[in-house]
Write a protein that binds this ligand. Structure first.
Ligand code: FES
Ligand code: FES
Length: 161
């Protein structure tokens, strides 16, 4: 049986009608139209669905939507000041760095990579390459070979210093 929940997403209260078993990843995409959160596996393998819950990166396919009630959810759409629409707010520094350092090819993994990197840089503003690689080990990329992703995260870290 569905129940109505209120989710705090990207600073706004959003209502969703969910079954208790509904996964946060699907509710974000299918009910709240936040399709920047990707689903690559559904089994906690790929990290494409990573969002921030109270500032910490989590795979939203491992979280029930009802568990996220009362928590602060941030998706890739909530990172840029203007929601990434290219207005005066511009891009988040990590989005800018991924663009400049060619940290993506097909882009499927990119939202999850960036959300994981946001969490990393919030606790470790000066990470080593090894620390970056450790942080993103739960995020799979089939295109880039990871080198440019590491370079992009390093560039964002430098920009924040
Ligand atoms: Fe969540 Fe792959 S869709 S880890
Ligand atoms: Fe294609 Fe990472 S850029 S999966």
């Amino acid at each position: 049986m569905k129940r109505s929940i209120i989710l705090n997403v990207n600073g706004a209260a959003r209502t969703a009608e969910v079954e208790p078993r509904a996964l946060l990843a699907y509710v974000l995409r299918d009910q709240l139209d936040l399709t920047g959160t990707h689903i690559g596996c559904d089994t906690s393998q790929c990290g494409a669905c990573t969002v921030l819950l109270d500032g910490r990166a989590v795979k939203s396919c491992t979280v029930l939507a009802v568990q996220a009630e009362g928590r602060k959810i941030t998706t890739i759409e909530g990172l840029a000041p203007d929601g990434g629409r290219g207005g005066r707010g511009g891009l988040h520094p990590l989005q800018q760095a991924f663009w400049e350092k060619h940290g993506l090819q097909c882009g499927f993994c990119t939202p999850g990579m960036i959300m994981t990197a946001v969490d990393l840089l919030s606790s470790k503003p000066n990470p080593t390459d090894a620390e970056i690689r450790h942080a993103i080990e739960g995020n799979l990329c089939r295109c880039t070979g990871y080198q440019n992703i590491v370079a992009a995260i390093q560039a964002a870290a430098a920009a924040g210093r």
